[in-house]
Design a binder for this molecule. Structure first.
Ligand code: ATP
Length: 134
């Protein structure tokens, strides 16, 4: 099966580097499924889980926005923050979820509401990715 190199990078360093058969990610324009030999592109990512498929093995990465760049069988995800399941502190994500839910319910201003919604999405993604590893 053909493979491509995937790199997940954040301002804190490398989160993942390896060969995979397929990358699934949520771009702001919709779901992306990237196979080897995909046309070159750059797209902004939404907060969400990225699936890295390697044969029958699927790895999930929690990604908090950023960009995906595809070129010559290399996919680079430049994320504001990204965690593999084993790096996720579940108690912290649960606390962040509860805090964000309270803020979503209480916010009067549109900007506070949007910020709280994004925080909630990050927390839910982390919980989903941590759970998916069990
Ligand atoms: P919190 O309110 O718990 O800080 P957050 O969504 O505001 O959550 P971010 O700003 O997205 O956090 O991330 C800040 C840094 O903390 C990043 O390096 C990110 O990887 C890390 N991080 C955030 N939440 C967790 C978590 N539950 N487990 C492990 N690392 C986390």
């Amino acid at each position: 099966m053909e493979t491509m190199i995937v790199d997940v990078v954040t301002p804190d360093g490398h989160v993942y580097n390896g060969d995979v058969n397929m990358v699934s990610a949520r771009a702001q324009s919709g779901e992306l499924g990237i196979l080897p030999r995909h046309i070159p592109m750059v797209a902004p990512l939404s907060v969400g889980s990225v699936r890295l498929k390697d044969g029958s093995n699927v790895k999930l990465v929690a990604v908090s926005g950023g960009f995906i760049e595809v070129r010559s069988d290399r996919v680079t995800i430049l994320a504001e923050a990204a965690e593999m399941p084993s790096d996720i502190d579940v108690a912290r994500a649960r606390a962040a979820k509860e805090r964000a839910e309270r803020r979503v319910a209480a916010s009067q201003e549109e900007v506070d509401f949007k910020r709280a919604q994004l925080a909630l999405k990050r927390a839910l993604t982390r919980l989903e990715v941590a759970e998916g590893d069990k």
